[in-house]
Design a protein around this ligand. Sequence first.
Ligand SMILES: [Zn+2]
Ligand SMILES: [Zn+2]
Length: 468
Amino acid sequence: MDPFHYYAEYRVLVCKSCQYGIQPGYIAAHLRGEQHGLTRQQSNEIAVKYADTDLANPAMEAIVPSDIVLPIDHLPIYRDGLACRRCSYVCRSLTVIKRHQREVHNERIGRGRRPEVIAWEIVWCQCFFTSIGQRYFRVQQTTSAVDQSDYADRLLELIHRQLDEKEEEEEEKRRIIRESDEVTEVSAWLDRTEWIRHLEGWDKSKIAQLVKPAQQEEQELREVENSVVRLVEQARQTILQKKVSVFTLQRLESFQPGRDAQKPFHANFGMDTIQRYQRIWKQLLVYVLRTVDTEWQRYQCTKEQQDSIKSIRIAIDNFREDNSEAMQQEMDKYCLQLCVTLLAQRLDHDEYESAVISFLAVMGLENILGTSRYRFKSSAQYTPILSGFIKMAQMLTLQYCFQQEEDNEVESCRVLLEELHSRFLTDSSATPMDWALRLRRGISRRMTMAGCINWIGDTVVYELSRTD
Ligand SMILES: [Zn+2]
Ligand SMILES: [Zn+2]
């Protein structure tokens, strides 16, 4: 099968599986590379077909559509592009778009002036090349009813990126006084999370390893990771294919016990968002299976959780002996059961009894680049983890209810969801979800106070804070 698609209009050959344009003269080399791993002969056979194809050289000319076209097939769509309103320039970094405003349009930002109207907007973009000649171009937004929550998610991401970049810029200036400088701000955040108390006395660099992806030799954990991927995809399909009613989805979207949200829960995130989100749950299950019954276990397991873990281990053994689909389903079933039992834990004494909250503390650690030391993430860096955890918790619970109905364990998926929703997916339920929701609300409030976000009615408006 031909791995390429030729766009005559742009004179670009795009690799359909790698999703980028091939530099002219590198077709055979690309096919021999590790993504495809073809033999020299196979690569040459394909390359020869394109010997006479006219290919533009991205090092010599800008290869972008002259209009705002529909998204081009076989290329990723980035929903976080920043398009200049004064010219056709597009990028995906706030620092870069600000520099563009300064250098190309002579715009001064900050410096004693009132901030002017923001001269760029969030758009969808694509690019043909990922190395030499990489150039983003704007494309049309195809889902015309761009979902508000998706938009809000992107906006939040942008704000986080902005904060991160701003922090990086200031890092240099602050380095010397950093420790004392940060005391008040950081301690409020760490007070709230109590990470220091929970992780006290542990070597940060060692516990950070506990949430690393499964290694080659950790067969069991790798099966669990694969299960999570399948479960998330099943959940997504359950929603997208409308296998459950809108009532069920409106309940799922709500964080109030016994109440429906105004809008149904949606699952049309971009593929990269899904992957980021599901990675968090992969890490969570890996963390639990790595630490349970070891000296690293800093939480308590309920009876239901222990049973699920036992069943998972048996199912994995069976699956490895008999690679059948039925065994795989068995494995997925118990993984999903573990997810639900983790969420269902009532935290009446200490919230850190929960494996989930213990895991979320470990996820707060980040490696200090270029060293072997670790520090705690800032609240802004941490919000996407909470959002991912929350969204996936909702989806997995829904899938569990759906599955229970499919297996004739319950009569109605909706009735079961209503019950579980009130028990552990809402505010004031004293569960891991409740904890995550509170923490996230605390962060939004802090960011609002810091002047990064303003609310006008239901719309969130972000402002650039001055960098000087
Ligand atoms: Zn390729
Ligand atoms: Zn411009």
